[in-house]
Write a protein that binds this ligand. Sequence first.
Ligand code: URA
Length: 164
Amino acid sequence: MFGAGDPRAEFVVIGEGPGADEDAQGLPFVGRAGQLLTKMLEAPGVGFSRAQVYITNTVKCRPPGNRNPEADELAACAPVLTAQLAALQPRVVLALGSVATQSLLGTKEPIGRLRGRVHPYGSAVLIPTFHPAFLLRNPGQEYKRMAWEDLKLARREYDQRRTR
Ligand code: URA
């Protein structure tokens, strides 16, 4: 799984790693979590289509049994993600879940404390939010509402920062 979407997009979404469906198709976020991600991007006040953004993952191969990627796996894939970001030159990065957020920001702080605000990230800003798979496992309205706030924040940042 490499990535998919508009290679000229200035809005880049970064997940954790491919699941079984993504592994089979070679595309990011095509399973259940991916369907929810599509809805999150299309939500009122957000208004992105998948074709308008670029979507990829922190690790490029599926960790066996869907476990979290280990430190050596994150390290092996980091140069690929770094090269992708260097080519894409995003203005806004939406980081989904703790694995992506912690690895991009180089922190161990929990996602609940990192989300809800804008983090400087090179010439971009990074906005963390809950992973859609977490939202599927925790279907309460409260987490959904927080994720929606994060996505709207990301959209506002994009509208201010985009160059094309
Ligand atoms: N979860 C992820 O983090 N990435 C995918 O591509 C699919 C599910």
